[in-house]
Design a protein around this ligand. Sequence first.
Ligand code: TRP
Length: 328
Amino acid sequence: MLKDKVLSGMQSSGKVHLGNLVGALQNWVKLQDRYDCYYFVADWHALTTGYSTPSVLQESVKDLLINFLASGLDPDKCTIFLQSKVLEHAELHLLLSMITPLGWLERVPTYKEKQQELQDRDLSTYGFLGYPLLQTADIIIYRAKYVPVGIDQVPHLEISREIARRFNHIYRDIFPEPEALLTEFPKVPGVDGRKMSKSYDNAIYLSDTPKEVEQKIRTMTTDPARIKRTDVGTPDLSPVFQLHKVFSTKEEQDEVAEGCRTAGIGCIDCKKVLIKNVLNVLEPIWAKRQELINNPGQLQEIVDKGTEKARKVAQETMKLVREAMGLI
Ligand code: TRP
């Protein structure tokens, strides 16, 4: 039986961090056995906000592709590609723009939110408004059924469904309405306790060295009320404990929590356990990263092959779309 299609992308606007690993990549790896999966680097999307820093973009594309593979995506099981190398996404984006009411795009909540958040950039551009439409093209050009994403992307999936429906209604039934596969995962705080994000400068990157990881965890914020070693602490107020919930065994969690509450252990003792566990997760990733960095030809070949395969599927869809819209 033909497997259902799954598609997801990651924007190349920075380096991959532990939040991306736990929140997206590990889930993508799980899905590759059950579904026909397409995973790509959304470098055009990165341009919608990062158009003035091409060098950041370029570095990030490489970092993402390396980390896709280093985290366990297997090119024999899934299709890995670069968005800007499949020009059909741009063609579909253009054609969909003909039938997309402006109001739909203006009403997507992330539009105003992101503009607020990134006030240092001029985001009153056509491309930025069209972000969810480009995302729609990414998804429906493969006629994907499921899109694994975090909760923040739900409004984008909603508009994708609406646009697919509108196209099917005006022309003919070509596109299935994609469904979000909501990724349930524990929150991954950064070293300062806020959400892990490159823009807060609080992230632990997959490209960090063991020393850097250790240093970042050692200097992490803990329960602010626990000042002296003899003060008792509240684990739930410490971002270190939140990371334990992601990376440590249940027994270790119970042990450090108890030690914190009774001042039986110090914060450094607690952090040492976390450091060990994070290094354990990262070590195989680092080994694979090194292998790929030493052998750039191999990476290029994997991406070229994936891109070619994706392009074939996209071209088939575009034939139907052109025909339906009266283009010959
Ligand atoms: N908007 C997504 C994000 O920021 C990235 C993305 C672009 C994407 N195109 C997509 C995700 C298509 C899923 C499907 O995370």
